[in-house]
Design a protein around this ligand. Structure first.
Ligand SMILES: NC(=O)c1ccc[n+]([C@@H]2O[C@H](COP(=O)([O-])OP(=O)(O)OC[C@H]3O[C@@H](n4cnc5c(N)ncnc54)[C@H](OP(=O)(O)O)[C@@H]3O)[C@@H](O)[C@H]2O)c1
Length: 249
């Protein structure tokens, strides 16, 4: 059996948050190329529609549903509309996240702390909970949480972001432990520095980039494509390995 046959996602429906650009878009494309119907989502409906147009022109199956993941009413719309339009949810990729501050942890405004935790931790937890009954219905499902190498080793000036990503790793372990009984797998991916808009402040500043690389030379740096391969691998029914573990790249 070749890789295409092994990782065939025909008939599967995948929601990818924050998929109008960057890593989320690359993951959505990877899943769609393996046959999944993908739901492109971000705060802007126009941005989602643009990606849907691009994907459908390439023969891929995609719909666009705007959702600010920090807002419960919008999370519900994302799940309900996916079910109404596509009938099922097999894969949830909790990818969207924010990092509005850079600097010492003690200087961060408590309101910013709440915002980071709301979007980076509470939202993936709440969205996974909304998706849970739909995965339970088919006794199968895959939740993929995009964490970061920051979850494993603190970088420079990213303290609260780092903290939120470490929380996502533990959320993933708990989801795997509690929901494995329903046939639902939960995994996390910990990307290193990937050249996207999100991380532009780091990779466009040579001095800062050198500092980051010196701080942790084991971190890999790359482009958004690459993480999608892990997602395809995890999304397929390969239960034998990786459940309850994180992939560090
Ligand atoms: N880039 C890196 O070096 C790196 C490294 C490790 C981990 N990561 C993680 O990878 C994930 C994706 O990062 P990225 O670098 O691909 O970022 P990106 O290129 O800036 O893309 C972020 C995506 O999320 C959407 N988004 C932002 N806030 C949102 C919200 N509140 N609700 C819904 N959608 C939202 C954006 O669209 P709208 O603005 O239209 O909403 C966009 O589609 C994040 O979890 C990040 O922590 C990134």
């Amino acid at each position: 059996m070749n890789t295409d046959q092994q990782f065939n996602l025909e008939g599967k429906v995948a929601i990818i948050t924050g998929s109008s650009k960057g890593i989320g878009k690359a993951i959505a494309k990877g899943l769609a190329e393996k046959g999944a119907q993908v739901v492109i989502s971000s705060r802007s409906q126009d941005a989602c529609d643009e990606v849907v147009k691009e994907f459908t022109e390439q023969g891929l199956k995609a719909i666009g549903i705007a959702c600010h993941i920090g807002k419960e009413d919008q999370r519900r719309v994302l799940v309900d509309q996916t079910i109404n339009e596509l009938g099922r949810i097999d894969i949830l990729v909790n990818n969207a996240a924010i990092n509005p501050v850079f600097g010492p942890i003690e200087d961060v405004d408590p309101a910013i702390f709440d915002k980071i935790m709301d979007v980076n931790v509470k939202a993936p937890w709440a969205l996974s909970n909304l998706v849970l009954p739909h995965m339970q219905e088919h006794k199968n499902g895959s939740i993929i949480n995009i964490a970061s190498v920051e979850a494993l080793t603190p970088g420079l000036g990213l303290g609260l972001y780092s903290t939120s990503k470490a929380a996502i790793l533990m959320l993933t372990k708990n989801q795997a432990k509690e929901w494995g009984q329903y046939g639902i797998r939960a995994n996390a991916i910990c990307p290193g520095l990937i050249q996207t808009k999100f991380s532009a402040a780091l990779w466009t500043n040579e001095k800062l980039l050198n500092k980051v690389q010196k701080n942790d030379s084991k971190r890999s740096h790359g482009t958004a494509r690459g993480n999608d391969r892990y997602c395809c691998f995890i999304s397929f029914k390969c239960r034998c390995i990786h459940d309850r573990r994180s992939i560090h790249r």
